[in-house]
Design a binder for this molecule. Structure first.
Ligand code: FAD
Ligand code: NAP
Ligand code: SF4
Length: 676
């Protein structure tokens, strides 16, 4: 019988030799577990939890077919296959009807080793080495290594392999002229340029037989100037289908492209229509992906005929039970991925293990088991910001009795400021999740209640968790109390007027967010696909080469002159996220925002902000100075509790405000709750 709310999502997909139980798969993500001791056991627990969570198919992080392919982990020998079987056995034991597919990733010029290879010796803008140009024998070796890797994957118990043919990795570098200048049968015409990826699929199919899932990840829109045209993508899709692919998965962008494709400012399912266009030209099922983070979005994409299957990668980090919750009508309990990249991709690109800002247990399942509390206690949490909320929900799930107090009229703490910033609309989802969990777990919520030590002493809780957050730092300088000096909270909440000429003091995440907010006009690109396309110069409909128009992006912006300042030398914005910082900077530069380092603030008066810039006096003739100068811990309550000998613990900003973000606040809170 069809599912009443998500009939397409929960319809099985018959692949002939096997069947997927539903249309949601967990997309491939490099977690870093591939590379560490004991990583296979941790991966086994990580994937098994997702398999129990109801997903139809899981695709692992990329595994290299040989040494020159780089990446995380390699599979080319029976000994390595034996290690992988720890993962496949755990997944099949957890849910026999869930398929697990291993991604084969040959990073080509991005392999990060001097032995890296490519069709031509052309260094990528983001590559560490000039790759070694493959000769005829080299090409033959690479082709055979793919087939061997897939054979070993089959021996390890995987249900299939996915071969990544996109992103600037080896296969995709054959496809475009900018990285393939060969004049033999592997270069020149598009037919020659696509020969290598197609041959990889043909040889792999021949090696593994017909009863094995073989997915090809196609560069559906590479976002490169002079990249692949829409026609070429279709030609490639048809050729890999003919060569034996079971499923084609669409991938958008090369890593070096300058269009955001998964950050929080990208609208949900923005790229799905590109998949839909290719789907009309092939017979095999197609997967779409990117910013599909809730079941209703998946159902809409399937209903529009854009795809046969929907890939959710980061949403499965955020909530292992996402699919079961959708099936059971408990969507409001989904801990939604907010596309921040802070604990997943930012970690990957800085050599740290992947996890998740909203779910720090992701990839740490064996280290952070959730077990019922041995002694049930009455716990008070003061502060309903991310730290207090995460503690309360996790502790209540373990059986403790919880009361949350907050001085504000709604839960969320600073997330209530963040959610107002264009591009951060997803923060509403985190608050919806916490709100529902408070209700579901019977947590007592006392809003509009500013508590002090007397009140808590009278309430006789067993312990108080102090999550009172921060207070904005007020720099000690002449004129800081001038009417034109506005604290960031007042600016974000619209409590004070903001003039046409603005200086922002402080270039951290909040300085950038405030600049985004006050320079914005029109709909947020994060919720409006046409606005996103105009702002980033993308054309989904006509698919010119690369999908990019190459035109000057058209930005709707407020009539304001804004300058962001910092005391530190150098360009502001260095502290922003590794994988998203560039999008914030570029977006502001395109709005005409100026940025300046090496500033010494002198005073604020009726003329504006007086400063030294690199030692030279300078007057910023502005109407408003917005103070975004960091934060200090709000811990008076904790000190008062300790002074009275009451049991108390500190978490989040109240514990340490320097470099505090929601990732640290939630992780700290979750760890404490699991140990309480
Ligand atoms: P808070 O969120 O500060 O919560 C503290 C709570 O305690 C408040 O609700 C307050 O009312 C309550 N409280 C204080 N004293 C008392 C008392 N005595 N009695 C009762 N209640 C009390 N972080 C990220 O990781 N990524 C981002 O993209 C991001 N964007 C941001 C954008 C903006 C505009 C802002 C302002 C912050 C952003 N942050 C971001 C930072 C993030 O929101 C904070 O790190 C996080 O909220 C800190 O959580 P917390 O629970 O420690 O404190
Ligand atoms: P922040 O990142 O610490 O930045 C504070 C800024 O104020 C810096 O530019 C600092 O640089 C300046 N500053 C510090 N002391 C000052 C003083 N006494 N006088 C004048 N300027 C001073 O803090 P934030 O911007 O307030 O953000 C708070 C937290 O929220 C951060 O940890 C951040 O990661 C998080 N957040 C994250 C995002 C995101 O998108 N990931 C967005 C918003 C917030 P100089 O000392 O060089 O001037
Ligand atoms: Fe999503 Fe952020 Fe978690 Fe990554 S860290 S999975 S982007 S919520």
């Amino acid at each position: 019988m069809a599912h009443p709310k998500y009939p397409l999502t929960f319809s099985p997909l018959d692949l002939g030799f096997t069947r997927l139980k539903n249309r949601i798969l967990m997309g491939s993500m490099h977690t870093g577990l591939e590379d560490i001791e004991g990583g296979f056991e941790r991966m086994a627990a990580f994937f098994a939890e997702r398999a129990r969570g109801g997903v139809g198919m899981i695709i692992t992080g990329g595994i290299a077919p040989n040494h020159e392919a780089g990446g995380g982990g390699k599979l080319s020998t029976p000994e390595e296959a034996a290690q992988h079987s720890i993962v496949t056995e755990a997944v099949h034991a957890a849910a026999p009807d869930v398929k697990i597919v291993m991604q084969i990733l040959h990073a080509g010029p991005l392999a990060g080793t001097a032995a890296c290879v490519a069709p031509s010796a052309i260094r990528s803008r983001i590559g560490r080495f000039v790759p070694n140009e493959l000769d005829a024998d080299g090409i033959e070796k690479q082709l055979n290594d793919f087939a061997n890797c897939a054979t070993q994957a089959k021996a390890a118990g995987y249900d299939g392999v996915e071969i990544i043919g996109s992103a600037g990795y080896l296969l995709s570098t054959f496809l475009v002229e900018k990285t393939n200048t060969r004049t033999d049968e592997w270069g020149g015409s598009f037919e020659n340029r696509m020969r290598f990826p197609v041959e990889v699929i043909r040889r792999t199919r021949a090696a593994v037989g017909n009863d094995f899932i073989l997915i090809f990840r196609i560069p559906a829109m590479d976002m490169l100037e002079g990249g692949m045209s829409g026609e070429e993508v279709i030609q490639l899709a048809q050729a890999v289908e003919a060569a034996g692919a079971t499923i084609i998965s669409t991938h958008f962008t090369w890593h070096e492209a300058q269009v955001p494709t998964i950050a929080t400012m990208v609208p949900r399912a923005a790229f799905a229509e590109v998949t839909g266009r290719i789907r009309k030209h092939v017979g095999v099922p197609m997967i779409t992906s990117n910013r599909i983070n809730m079941p209703d979005v998946a159902e809409q994409v399937l209903g529009a005929g854009h795809a046969d299957l929907v890939s959710m990668a980061r949403p499965m980090l955020a909530d292992a039970d996402l699919v079961n919750k959708a099936f059971e009508g408990r969507e409001d309990e989904i801990n939604t991925c907010i596309a921040c990249n802070q604990a997943c991709l930012d970690h990957t690109f800085t050599g740290k293990l992947t996890s998740c800002l909203v779910n720090p247990r992701a990839c740490n399942e064996t280290l952070m088991p959730v077990v019922p509390a041995s002694v049930v206690r009455d716990l008070a949490v003061v502060g309903a910001g991310p730290a207090g909320l995460a503690f309360a929900v996790e502790a209540a799930q373990r059986g403790h009795k919880l009361t949350i107090y907050d001085a504000g009229s709604e839960i969320g703490g600073q997330f209530n400021l963040a959610k107002r910033v264009p591009g951060k609309e997803e923060f509403h989802e985190t608050l919806r999740y916490f709100s529902r969990m408070i209700e579901k777990l019977g947590i007592s919520l006392r809003l509009n209640t500013h508590v002090d030590a007397d009140m808590l002493a009278a309430a006789s809780h067993d312990e108080v968790i102090v999550a009172t957050g921060i207070r904005p730092r007020t720099p000690d300088m002449p004129g800081i109390d001038h009417p034109m000096a506005v604290p960031y909270i007042d600016a974000i909440l619209g409590r004070k007027p903001i003039g046409r000429r603005v200086a922002i003091m402080g270039a951290g995440g909040i300085g950038f967010d405030v600049a985004t907010l006050i320079t914005h006009a029109g709909p947020s690109a994060a919720v409006d696909i046409p606005t996103f396309c105009r702002e980033w110069g993308v054309d989904f409909v006509n698919h010119p080469r690369g999908g990019v128009t190459g035109l000057v992006p058209q930005i709707e912006k407020a009539d304001r002159e804004v300058v962001i300042l910092q005391r530190r030398d150098g360009a502001p914005g260095k502290s922003l996220g590794r994988t998203t910082g560039w999008t914030h900077r570029l977006s502001l530069v395109r709005r005409g925002v100026k940025m300046m380092g090496g500033v010494t603030y002198l005073k604020i008066d009726d003329d504006g902000l007086h400063a030294l810039v690199n030692g030279e006096p300078r007057l910023f003739e502005v109407d408003t100075v917005i103070i975004c100068a960091g934060q200090e811990p709000e811990r008076a309550l904790y000190d008062a509790l300790v002074a009275r000998g009451l049991p108390a613990k500190l978490i989040g900003g109240a514990s340490e405000a320097t470099e505090l973000d929601a990732k640290r606040a939630i992780a700290e809170a979750t760890e404490l709750a699991l140990a309480s």
